[in-house]
Design a protein around this ligand. Structure first.
Ligand SMILES: Cc1ncc(COP(=O)(O)O)c(C=O)c1O
Length: 375
């Protein structure tokens, strides 16, 4: 199988000594990202804090992420984690009697349940859809979303088995019931092209450290300009105000766009990293990345099957997962054993996740699956 991104491999030092299939947890770090981290470090070390440069990088990163998902920069808030973003929305969503239902699935990342259950006014109105064999079908969402539903949360790609949801169809179901669709795209942003406007996504969150190739400390929250005025953040601070530089303690006015979800100074070092990583991704192009990933994932499933591995697969004709989840008896032990051979995979519950990115080759997948089959 041809690898169209071969020339980019030299940008990722870890690839010269390791097989890196851990993008569902932490993507490989590239030289441009490393240089951006250095730039921040050097500027602090040699020139003291450079506020203008740091804030310029925040704005660049905001613009890059907006481009990545087809949004406007003023629809993006730059935050520190996906959890912060979800909590920001949960605490800002107005409570309307008769329209207070929150829908999510038991396969969503646990932080989703933790945050919504901490909201006293919504707790009694949560519908957590039980999955069947790790999957939640569109039909199940249709059954649980009613005219009472205020907001539906959905994982674009599931964090344990890689199953993908059809966002456009999800948006249709949510909107038929006048509910907002909030997408957790942490496992898809960077490898699956997204156009939030065309897909009808109202709110979306993704952190930088997985397929977006950054480091921990940054997450982006998209809130459509159509709905932003509904939200008056309670998790707030000076950078969420219309004019932070006025330093007016008495009269807080939320910023006009999604920036209102911001709180205090962000982790600049992580933003420098995210900015460089997003620039690289945009240069390569997520559409081309997805085309290669589909080929690579199909190859992986076929090869894994031939090797007798038990791979979790979504039902549905031609449905592809976002990564490969292989069932094993002791996932942590397998992860450690592979680690000792310079192979990076990630264990979750009873599976190990082989999560390639554009920099991986079919040969690497083959080698790892051979190892797993032996174990
Ligand atoms: C799908 C998904 N959502 C949310 C999170 C939580 O992200 P954070 O630690 O930035 O809150 C994760 C973390 O792995 C995740 O995989």
């Amino acid at each position: 199988m041809k690898h169209p991104f071969q020339s980019y491999r030299q940008l990722f030092p870890v690839l010269s000594s390791h097989i890196h299939l851990g993008s569902c947890s932490q993507g490989a770090i590239s030289r441009p990202v490393s240089a951006a981290i250095e730039e921040y470090h050097r500027s602090l070390l040699q020139h003291g804090h450079n506020g203008d440069l740091s804030m310029a990088r925040v704005e660049e990163a905001r613009g890059h992420f907006a481009k990545l998902i087809g949004a406007e920069p003023d629809e993006i808030a730059v935050l520190s984690s996906a959890s912060e973003a979800i909590a920001g929305v949960a605490t800002a969503l107005p409570y309307v009697s008769g329209k207070e239902g929150i829908v999510y699935a038991d396969t969503d990342f646990p932080t989703v349940g933790h945050i919504w259950q901490a909201q006293d006014q919504f707790r009694e109105h949560i519908r957590c859809i039980p999955s069947m064999h790790g999957e939640v079908t569109l039909q199940q969402y249709e059954e649980h979303i009613t005219e009472n539903t205020a907001l539906v949360m959905v994982s674009h790609v599931n964090y344990t088995n890689g199953f993908q949801q059809d966002l456009k169809s999800m948006a249709d179901v949510a909107h038929r019931n006048q509910a907002l669709l909030f997408v957790d795209a942490y496992q898809s942003a960077g490898i699956i092209p997204m156009d939030v406007k065309a897909m009808g996504v109202d709110i979306l969150v993704a952190g930088a450290r997985k397929y977006m190739l950054g480091i921990p400390g940054v997450a982006f929250l998209y809130v459509s300009n159509d709905w932003i005025d509904r939200f008056k953040p309670k998790l707030t601070g000076w950078l969420g105000q219309e004019a932070a530089s006025r330093f007016d303690i008495a009269r807080p006015v939320p910023a006009a766009g999604a920036r209102r979800f911001e709180t205090g100074l962000p982790s600049f070092i992580s933003i420098f990293a995210a900015n460089a990583a997003l620039k690289l991704l945009l240069e390569i192009g997520v559409t081309d990345i997805q085309a290669y990933m589909s080929e690579l994932l199909e190859f992986s499933m076929e090869y894994g099957r031939r090797k007798g591995l038990s791979i979790r697969l979504p039902s549905g004709e031609g449905a592809l997962p976002g990564f490969i989840a292989v069932e094993v008896a002791d996932a942590s032990a397998v992860e450690s054993r592979l680690r000792s051979q310079n192979i990076i995979v990630s264990a979750r519950k009873d599976v190990i996740r082989l999560a390639p990115h554009f920099y991986n080759t079919a040969g690497e997948i083959r080698r790892v699956m051979d190892e797993v089959a032996t174990i």
